[in-house]
Design a binder for this molecule. Structure first.
Ligand SMILES: Cc1cc2nc3c(=O)[nH]c(=O)nc-3n(C[C@H](O)[C@H](O)[C@H](O)COP(=O)(O)OP(=O)(O)OC[C@H]3O[C@@H](n4cnc5c(N)ncnc54)[C@H](O)[C@@H]3O)c2cc1C
Length: 383
């Protein structure tokens, strides 16, 4: 049977690609929508893999009004997804505690974003003494103060990815496995994999850490940085509840630690590490950074020493972050080819913000005006 010409194709089956594909088919049930990924949908190697990801009311870098609004809208969409649509548990609310010196930009931006959040309850910094009193099991540096976001959303990433795909397929969406090697622009775009050529009227490129070379082919050098990340799990002596997610600014970078029951009661720690090359993406699971393990082990020992029952991590998972030069997403239409769209460069926040991101890209593909002023995400800034 001859292949159809798809109305829209989304390249990349991570959280961004899947969310866009689902929104497209929901908005236009008559559309033929294709979602392609080089890996099988259940074995992603991309940034979205992992058991959990979070989104908070706060943010720790300077943000624009658009970014703030996207965060607020995304938090609301996640909550309504859980309440009205998804039968599985896809999130839990959690305390997120931010700590660092009072005058460092990390804490100042976090406070600013919390104060601007609708319904903010007026709480400012917690002193070092009250941190120690409220969280006696955690060792805080002498110079740090704290800020509490009492309702971080901890998202069950793997369940969410499964749910979105299931809904997309139930609504008639098509998924295919295949590594795309060439995209030939035109009124009808040809998408070549080793096995097959697909035809589509519009394409969205949502290829995560693999996006650099793909975009270079269009004369766009987005200088995307890929950073290796290791998520390490330490077993706890007992379940410590409530145990906040801790975001600590130390030695000029942020380390985050999460209480989780993903592998029994554990602390999970993460940190963006060394820059890696495009070739390193061939087998992310083989990446291992001994220096990072040593540094994180020391951090756990110094900060949570009395809570953990093991000196070494019991489990390590490798993953890759993707950062743009200015830390902002790349969302929009190709500068010259108006049926090619980009949704890349998620800079460490793509999972949480995926509801707002997918709304924007879906609107663009359907020639509707997005709710936000998205000029700051324009790919033309890299030309
Ligand atoms: C350890 C870690 C923790 C994180 N924690 C958080 C968090 O708490 N909150 C948050 O919001 N974000 C978090 N992030 C970031 C977030 O996970 C990413 O921003 C998000 O998952 C990016 O999704 P994506 O769909 O753009 O990319 P990906 O998930 O990488 O998906 C891209 C897909 O494109 C496919 N692809 C690429 N090239 C081709 C090709 N040529 N042909 C076919 N398919 C192709 C890939 O196979 C891949 O499946 C974290 C990231 C890491 C690494």
């Amino acid at each position: 049977m001859e292949s159809p010409v798809y109305d829209a194709t989304v390249l990349g089956g991570g959280i961004i690609g899947r969310s866009i594909a689902l929104k497209l088919i929901k908005a236009k049930p008559e559309f033929k929508v294709l979602l392609i990924d080089q890996f099988s949908m259940s074995e992603s190697q991309g940034s979205s893999k992992g058991r959990s990801k979070g989104i908070q009311k706060t943010h720790w870098v300077k943000e624009t009004d658009t970014m703030r609004q996207m965060r607020i809208d995304s938090l609301q969409e996640w909550e309504s997804l859980q309440m009205t649509v998804c039968p599985k548990t896809i999130m839990r609310k959690h305390e997120a505690l931010f700590v660092g010196p009072a005058d460092c930009p990390f804490m100042m931006y976090t406070l600013d974003s919390l104060q601007k959040y609708p319904g903010f309850d007026g709480m400012g910094y917690m002193s070092n003494a009250s941190l120690r009193e409220q969280y006696p099991n955690i060792h805080f540096s002498d110079d740090c103060v704290g800020l509490l976001d009492a309702s971080e959303l901890c998202l069950a990433a793997d369940t969410i990815l499964e749910h979105i795909l299931e809904e997309f397929e139930n609504l008639g969406g098509t998924t295919k496995k295949g590594q795309v090697t060439e995209i030939t622009p035109g009124d009808t775009i040809n998408i070549s994999t080793k096995e097959k050529v697909y035809q589509t009227k519009k394409i969205v490129i949502a290829t995560g850490p693999w996006s650099g070379p793909m975009m270079q082919e269009y004369g766009i050098d987005i200088s995307l940085k890929r950073k290796h990340a290791m998520e390490m799990y330490w077993k706890l002596k007992k379940p410590y509840i409530p145990c906040p997610s801790l975001f600590e600014y130390k030695n000029k970078s942020m380390v985050w630690t999460n209480y989780t029951t993903e592998h029994g009661p554990c602390l999970k720690i993460g940190f963006p590490g060394e820059i890696i090359t495009h070739e390193d993406l061939h087998d992310v699971n083989k990446l291992h950074d001994k220096k990072m393990v040593i540094a994180m082990t020391k951090y756990i020992e110094d900060t949570f020493g009395e809570m953990v029952s093991t000196i070494k991590p019991t489990q390590i998972e490798n993953c890759v972050y993707t950062f743009t030069k200015d830390g902002k997403f790349i969302l929009g239409r190709h500068p010259e080819k108006n049926n090619i769209f980009f949704a890349v460069g998620m800079s460490g926040r793509g999972f949480g913000y995926s509801p707002a991101i997918s709304n924007i890209v879906c609107d663009l593909v359907l020639d509707r005006q997005p709710k936000y002023d998205i000029s700051e995400f324009d790919v033309a800034r890299f030309k």
